[in-house]
Design a protein around this ligand. Structure first.
Ligand code: SF4
Length: 360
């Protein structure tokens, strides 16, 4: 049974503000020694996304770490899909555009897996799906890590929170590829018109149009599926059962940062602006439901279970109202279970789904 602390989204005074809640709660949870390097791992949002975690929240965490004697730095890894954030330079540039600069945060921003996304430490996890996976260097080599996740929906895993952050966000490109590669898509040649839109979408140079039909090079393909979204004919799809396999891999990979950091991690789930999609989206849709609040824990599985349960208690709004009749509303949003990756993480020992929620 793991402890999860929770402050709801209602604010009645300055004491309730998000920075003040963090300054009140976080010192009790941190176990850092003077001079230790403390990674604050968060998703600063892609360019165009405006529902990512607020700079003022990250700044409050930086201030607490300094108060506790630590040496904080902000960090995020490069991505697998076509984006400004594909390389380390772009990660820093987009973070700055979204408000996360050294000047505003009071701490430097360091790209977790280096300029090309290949700076990491291989960690054995011994899972059913994956044996080892590469953790981004700045996460693996820190003395302590605070993982700050935006609790929200996700098209690939149903939910994006702490477990997904560990099993994807804390990995190098090679690590991310290992999780995704089972989703290498197939092309329906009957539907393919040879338009080449998938070629443009792929950052891995893995698709070529030959004789008016798209062909995928399996050696190069990372399985990140941007091509499927880009195809106007719906000619590209993932193989049956691959999504579930990827979710299981995601859960298993989440153990790697925990192991390499010897569990020296605190988790914060920031559950505001609860969008259906993730902060990798280059836009922000209207939130699906009202804000939940902020959660704290030492257990990534417990904090995610509590977050999903709290989201499911809310009434969903706008185009998501049809999920209100379901027991698991979040699952209904993408018709993707949010539990597969979390159960896989628990099975390998990343945490416990049994939690005690303490309201603060
Ligand atoms: S985008 Fe779709 S239709 Fe166009 S070449 Fe690729 S698979 Fe074929």
């Amino acid at each position: 049974m793991s402890d999860v602390m929770y402050k709801d989204a209602h604010e009645h005074s300055e004491r309730d503000s998000q920075p003040n809640v963090i300054k009140r709660v976080l010192p009790e949870l941190l176990d850092i020694r003077r001079g230790e390097l403390v990674a604050i791992k968060f998703h600063p949002g892609d360019y165009g996304n405006t529902t990512h975690v607020r700079p003022v929240v990250i700044r409050a965490i930086v201030d607490v770490v300094k108060e506790e004697g630590g040496e904080p730095f902000l960090t995020e890894s490069t991505v697998l899909y076509k984006s400004k954030r594909f390389d380390g330079r772009g990660v820093v540039e987009v973070a700055a555009m979204n408000g996360f600069t050294h000047a505003s945060m009071g701490a430097p921003f360091i790209v977790a897996d280096g300029i090309r996304g290949d700076d990491g430490v291989v960690v054995e996890v011994g899972g059913k799906e994956i044996d080892e996976v590469e953790v981004a260097s700045a996460c693996a080599k820190a003395d302590y890590m605070i993982v700050v996740s935006h609790g929200k929906g996700h098209p690939a895993s149903g939910f994006g929170g702490a477990v997904k952050h560990l099993g994807m966000g804390c990995l190098t490109k090679s690590g991310k590829r290992k999780v995704h590669v089972v989703c290498q898509p197939v092309v329906d040649v009957e539907k393919c018109t040879g338009c080449g839109k998938c070629v443009e979408a792929c950052p891995w140079d893995a698709i070529h149009v030959v004789n008016q039909k798209a062909e995928i090079d399996r050696e190069k393909c990372a399985g990140e599926m941007s091509c499927a979204s880009a195809c106007p004919e719906g000619a590209i799809s993932e193989p049956a059962g691959s999504r579930e396999k990827m979710q299981m891999r995601l859960g298993e990979a989440s153990l790697a940062p925990i192991k390499v950091l010897n569990k020296n991690i605190t988790y914060i789930n920031w559950v505001y602006q609860i969008t259906a999609g993730c902060d990798c989206f280059k836009f922000s849709n209207t939130p699906m439901t009202e804000d939940v609040g902020i959660l704290f824990s030492h257990d990534p599985v417990a904090i995610d279970c509590a977050t999903i349960d709290l989201i499911n208690e809310k009434m969903f709004l706008h185009e998501y109202q049809n999920v209100n009749k379901l027991r698991d509303k979040l699952e209904g949003v993408w018709e993707v279970s949010p539990w597969i990756h979390i159960e896989s993480a628990e099975k390998l020992g990343a945490g416990s789904s049994k939690y005690v929620l303490t309201k603060i």
